[in-house]
Write a protein that binds this ligand. Structure first.
Ligand SMILES: [Zn+2]
Length: 438
């Protein structure tokens, strides 16, 4: 199905706004595909909305969910009411001048990777860059990107050598959903915080001496290239750039990497429509961005958990994993595929989720408890296959600071998001040594 094809009149009718048909400016505003709409009472019908191809944003208030303007017609067809929440982002007034940036300062993939290289070059005793694979476009010889991580620690012996054992490991990844652009900027600043604070900040020094901190700032670099190609009007690309299953147009083509992982693949919150924003791909781990990342995870952590949804990883399991998403302002832990099923480590995962939630001012829970069920996500895979404590942090502005949505003004990164996230990231890194210990 083609996105953005509905007319202003159709949108006005779908909104129940027929009296406004004589006011072109109002109907044009209603049809804006980048405007966020709140859909009353949608949460109990999330599966139905996904089945209709609706792109549910990662945000929830009570039983209300959120969509973009392009889905207003589909929402209305199900008898639900969508109310515009205003422009998705504040306007950016100055075109970014710095190399490797777009939209007022957000880093492109090239900007992120140049940063990793410069950090490693400046701090060879504290940082090592690892290329762990290639993006889909690169495997096709169509440009694309390497897949890159950085390992940060006071390097001695076999540290940062892509092997299990040694220091406990904290892994942070961002922008697996490429349009969630705040997350890559949080990862960027986390890297700097660690190398800049070593030897001066006691908490950072202790962490760097005891723990490996791995960071993937852009888990979906082809998607980020598409987002950044919009410049001051970023394209809301969520999925990777794999167009082999169908060309759905700019911004809507690809596989949802956070539905494609081989953990309860094809369960709730997924679609087999290639043009759906939650298209799960033709097979579990079909996408190279996922298989390469999972191969890295499997090298860094030995499998400590036997199969079975209720089987626990042992209390002496080490490791901590966080994937950053936007913009629900939530802390989420497995299982994502079904909130009615709890993990064997539920008490420990839930307790630390609540602890991070308290620090952030975010609610915490399994996805289906506080957002909506979704299967095949990265944190479910990490816990399922390896037993490592795994979380999604949905960054978000639940305080009315003008920093909400996918495309907040760049100034929000230094003024709001990184200061907000930093204490939780430090806490998570400190927990990597013994996440399940009581
Ligand atoms: Zn996301």
């Amino acid at each position: 199905m083609t996105r953005g094809r509905f007319t202003a009149a159709a949108a006005a009718l779908a909104l129940g706004a027929a009296p406004l048909l004589g006011a072109p400016s109002a109907t044009a505003a209603a049809a804006d595909p980048s405007t966020v709409y709140r859909v009353a009472g949608a949460a109990p019908r999330a599966a139905e909305l996904v089945a209709r191809g609706v792109d549910l944003l990662e945000r929830r208030t009570g039983d209300d969910l959120y969509v973009l303007g392009g889905d207003v017609e589909r929402v209305a067809a199900l008898g639900l009411t969508a109310t515009p929440q205003g422009p998705a982002a504040a306007p950016v007034t100055t075109r970014s001048a710095a190399a490797g940036t777009y939209y007022g300062g957000y880093r492109t993939v090239a900007g992120q990777y140049a940063h990793l290289d410069s950090v490693a070059a400046a701090h060879p005793d504290l940082a090592a860059v690892v290329t762990y694979g290639q993006s889909w476009l690169k495997t096709q010889g169509r440009g694309g990107n390497d897949l890159r991580a950085i390992c940060l620690t006071k390097i001695t012996g076999a540290d940062c050598s892509r092997s299990a054992g040694g220091k406990p490991k904290f892994f942070l990844m961002a922008q697996v959903h490429s349009r969630e652009i705040s997350t890559g900027e949080v990862a960027y600043r986390w890297v700097d915080h660690l190398v800049d604070g070593y030897g001066t900040d006691p908490a950072v020094t202790a962490l760097m001496d005891s723990t490996e901190m791995w960071v993937v700032p852009v888990a979906n670099p082809d998607g980020v290239d598409i987002v950044a190609s919009g410049g001051d009007d970023p394209i809301l690309q969520r999925k990777n750039a794999n167009d082999s299953h169908g060309d759905c147009g700019t911004g809507s083509t690809g596989v949802d990497l956070n539905r494609n992982a081989d953990s309860h693949w094809g369960y709730s919150g997924t679609s087999d429509d290639p043009c759906s924003e939650v298209f799960l791909g033709p097979a579990p781990d079909s996408e190279v961005e996922n298989s390469a990342l999972e191969s890295l995870f499997s090298d860094l952590w030995a499998d400590r958990r036997a199969d079975g949804d209720a089987t626990a990883a042992p209390a002496d399991t080490t490791g901590m994993f966080i994937t950053l998403h936007a913009d629900a302002a939530q802390v989420i832990f497995p299982w994502g595929h079904d909130a009615a099923v709890h993990t064997g480590n539920d008490a420990a995962l839930r307790a630390f989720g609540a602890e991070m939630g308290d620090v952030l001012g975010y609610e915490s829970g399994q996805a289906g408890e506080i957002l909506y069920d979704s299967a095949g996500g990265t944190e479910d895979w990490v816990y399922d296959k390896l037993g490592v404590a795994a979380y999604t942090i949905e960054v978000g502005d639940n305080e009315g600071r003008g920093c909400g949505g996918f495309l907040p003004p760049y100034s929000c990164q230094d003024s709001y998001y990184f200061p907000k996230l930093l204490p939780a990231l430090v806490l998570a890194a400190q927990k990597a040594a013994a996440p399940y210990a009581s």
